[in-house]
Structures are given as C-alpha cells and as structure tokens.
Design a protein around this ligand. Structure first.
Ligand SMILES: Nc1nc2c(ncn2[C@@H]2O[C@H](COP(=O)(O)OP(=O)(O)OP(=O)(O)O)[C@@H](O)[C@H]2O)c(=O)[nH]1
Ligand SMILES: [Zn+2]
Length: 207
C-alpha cells in the first residue's frame, strides 16, 4: 500500500476527540444561534439525536477501506474481463458547507488474477462518502484505493452527484449535477478500454 492510500485509511481518532457531551453542547449552541430555544420540549433530545446521526453519517472516519478489499477470490472460471458495478448510490456531505451530496458512483476494473466481492466495491464508496468530501477527492480516493489494494490492470470511476449546497442555498440551482471521472492503469493508457467501459455502462443503462 503506498502513502496516498495510507493517508485515506482509517483516520486517527485522537485522544483530544471531543466527548459526546461536548458535541451535544455544540448542537445546543447552534440551535441558539439559529434563533431556537434548545430547552423547549420538542428540542430537548435533539442534540443527542444529532450527535447520534453524525456518528452514523460520518462513520467513514472509523473504517479502513483496505479492510473491505482484503478478501479476494481467484478469477472465477477463467473470467478476466471487465467488471462494472453501476449505480452505487451514496449520500455524502461537502466539506465546505457540511450539507448533503447525493449521487451515484460507477466503478469498473479489469482484474489481474483476483476479483473482489461485489459488495466490497460499494463498501469502499460508502466509507469515503461517510466523510466530509469534495466530489473530486472522493472520486480519486475510490479509484486509488481499489488500484492500490486489489492491484487490477486498471480502475475506472465515475461519480455523478447533486450538491445540496448548490440547491438549498447560495446559487440555488436545482437539479444541476456534477460529473467526475478518474482512470488508472489500462483505462488511462488505452482509449479503447476506456471507450469499452463507457459502452458497457451505456449498454446496461436502465431506461
Ligand atoms: N470543486 C468542488 N467544489 C465544491 C464541492 N462541493 C461544494 N463546492 C463548492 O465550493 C465552493 C465554496 O465556495 P466559497 O466561495 O468558499 O463559499 P460560498 O460563499 O459558500 O460559495 P457559494 O456556494 O457560491 O455561495 C462553492 O463554489 C461550492 O459550490 C465539490 O465537491 N467540489
Ligand atoms: Zn458545499
């Protein structure tokens, strides 16, 4: 595993991580700051719920994507062609505003002697999605993790997402989607393989 992947691995939960009580206090502060009364009945349990929701939505910091790709299978029945996992839906949060990014990833790889359980590719997407992200970084992290851990002949990742920070606030453009792509190995070097990836993606596309 090279340095770039190590830096994406399980992030360090240091001893100075705030306690849940401190996190709940911070939520109370935000409630007061937006003009709410955190002591009114409907909001009494909200700080605790928000802390719990954050723990779940940002659980990607506590998980190492390398663990998910550790278990591989020898090629099945001589299959060594392209594998594509399409429409892997995810929810993430942008690192600029901490509001949702909603989208889907398409992942392709060309095995080199080993294949990975299909669910593991989706797990890698989720681990990175459950951190604060930019779409570009997330796309690159998914591709380089699969490339470095599984060591296939190449990886292709396309991410298509809507950023709520562009829809709910600011420029307020509903429905604008952002597309990002990254290619490694043979997908980067061979326009034919890259084209075949796009053709297969389209061929399987649902109406
Ligand atoms: N490149 C990139 N930009 C993003 C992503 N998510 C959000 N942004 C953008 O990050 C930028 C932050 O710009 P700033 O000017 O610092 O913040 P802001 O005043 O809130 O910007 P506005 O959204 O334009 O109101 C905005 O243009 C967002 O659209 C992402 O995944 N990738
Ligand atoms: Zn944003």
């Amino acid at each position: 595993m090279d340095a770039i992947v190590k830096s994406f691995a399980k992030s360090v939960m240091t001893a100075d991580r705030p306690s849940q009580a401190e996190a709940e206090d911070a939520v109370r502060t935000l409630l007061r700051w937006i003009g709410e009364n955190p002591d009114r009945e409907g909001l009494l349990d909200t700080p605790q719920r928000v802390a719990k929701a954050y723990r779940e939505m940002f659980s990607g910091y506590e998980r190492d994507p390398a663990d998910e790709l550790g278990r591989t299978f020898e090629e099945v029945a001589g299959f060594d062609d392209m594998v594509i996992e399409r429409d892997v839906y995810f929810h993430s949060h942008c690192e600029h505003h901490m509001v949702p990014i909603i989208g889907k990833a398409h992942i392709g790889y060309l095995p080199d002697g080993r294949v990975v359980g299909l669910s593991k590719l989706a797990r890698v997407v989720d681990i990175f999605a459950q951190r604060l992200q930019t779409q570009e970084a997330m796309t690159a992290q998914i591709a380089s993790t699969i490339q470095d851990i599984l060591n296939p002949r190449g990886v292709a990742v396309i991410v298509e997402a809507e950023h709520m920070c562009m829809a709910m606030r600011g420029i307020r453009k509903q429905g604008a989607t952002t597309l990002t792509s990254t290619f490694t190995g043979i997908f980067k070097d061979s326009p034919d393989e890259q084209a075949r990836f796009f053709t297969l993606l389209r061929a399987g596309a649902r109406a």
